[in-house]
Write a protein that binds this ligand. Structure first.
Ligand code: NAD
Ligand code: LMR
Length: 331
């Protein structure tokens, strides 16, 4: 039995993400939670002839039932950006939403794998971690910031340049999930030796600011939803595949607490220092979530410069999220 709860299931990401999850035979119960419209979304999806049961839950009074005993909780709840906004501008509204959903998960599904999509991911993941610590159920191996869309974009944009199949091209993207904290490691991708430095810098910038491209094109109607649903479903299904089916060798880059595997994180810490608690790293997934943090590998001189630019912003984002919970939401 695998119960997956999507929080924010009636939204721009939530609906297509739920559709993609409904197609998986790995899931037996798909629980849809939102503050609006989930009965309709659930009725609609429940007619699809795959084996999972679909239930819809609306409003805070139904949150316990929605989330209780979930194996996986995916959170794309909250507001998206409009042109001119940074992801950090969403903190004011989304921090409280994520804290309250994390509180319900800590109480009613403390063993769930938590997949956090809501922005700003660099801060919302520390929020979830602090809530779980406060409830004494914190396991850093089970809390993930979903940065898969950065990896999906990197595969697409780099393939366009070097002429490979984007489905097969794996581009590691580490760091965080906003602007300069997004660190694509193009020097590790075969075929990128064909690119000159100007091309490398241009495509790096496109990956770092890919979200802005969509926000601008949607012109006030939100941010990436369909590509995010694709990326979020890929990530959640890989977590389940590794944990439930026991499939080994599944690797995803994801934003996690480096405590999740202190031994594995040593190499990252050598580069970013000891005081960054969270960082997106390549992770081998397993029965308990993070099985191993894998090495980030060699960096080019250009990538080393990018790391320097990312560190201070990440530090600020992380403490903003943690302090929101530990200092009683005063921010
Ligand atoms: P949306 O406005 O279309 O949907 C959000 C949904 O959340 C709505 O249905 C809303 O009713 C619901 N919601 C609000 N408060 C809630 C609460 N307390 N409990 C449950 N549900 C609640 O927005 P969207 O386009 O789906 O984006 C959602 C979030 O995902 C945004 O913060 C966006 O920035 C983020 N996002 C992250 C990534 C990433 O790569 N991690 C990519 C795209 C978008
Ligand atoms: C993205 O990368 O598309 C998301 O984080 C949404 C955004 O605000 O850009």
């Amino acid at each position: 039995m695998v119960k997956v709860t999507v929080c924010g299931a009636a939204g721009g990401i939530g609906q297509p993400l739920s559709l993609l999850l409904k197609q998986s035979d790995l899931i037996t119960h798909l629980s849809l939670y939102d503050i609006v419209n989930t009965p309709g979304v659930a009725a609609d999806l429940s007619h699809i002839n795959t084996k999972s049961k679909v239930t819809g839950h609306v409003g805070n009074a139904e949150l316990e039932e929605a989330i209780k005993d979930s194996d996986v909780v995916v959170i794309p709840a909250g507001v998206p950006r409009k042109p001119g906004m940074t992801r950090d501008d969403l903190f004011k509204i989304n921090a409280g939403i994520v804290r309250d959903l994390a509180t319900a998960a800590a109480k009613f599904a403390p063993k769930a794998f938590m997949c956090i999509i809501s922005n700003p991911v660099n801060s919302t993941v520390p929020i979830v971690a602090e809530v779980f610590k406060q409830h004494d159920v914190y396991d850093p191996r089970r809390i993930f910031g979903v940065t898969t869309l950065d990896i999906v974009r990197a595969s697409t944009f780099v393939s366009e340049l070097i002429g490979t199949d984007p489905k097969e091209l794996k581009v590691p993207v580490v760091g965080g999930h906003s602007g300069v904290t997004i660190l694509p490691l193009l020097s590790q991708v075969s075929g990128t030796d064909k690119l000159n430095q100007e091309q490398i810098e241009k495509v790096t910038n496109r990956i770092q600011f890919g979200g802005d491209e969509v926000v601008k094109a949607k012109d006030g109607a939100g941010s990436a939803t369909l590509s995010m649903a694709f990326a979020g479903a890929r990530f959640a299904l890989n977590v389940i595949e590794a944990a439930v089916r026991g499939t080994s060798g599944i690797v995803e880059c994801t934003y996690v607490a480096l405590k999740a595997d202190e031994q594995g994180a040593k190499g990252v810490k050598d580069v970013v220092g000891n005081d960054l608690e969270f960082f997106a790293v390549p992770v081998e997934l397993g029965a308990e979530g993070v099985k191993k943090i894998l090495p980030i590998g060699n960096l080019s001189d250009y990538e080393k410069q990018l790391f320097q630019a990312a560190t201070s912003e990440l530090k600020t984002n992380i403490s903003k999220g943690s302090n929101f919970v530990t200092e009683g939401s005063k921010l």
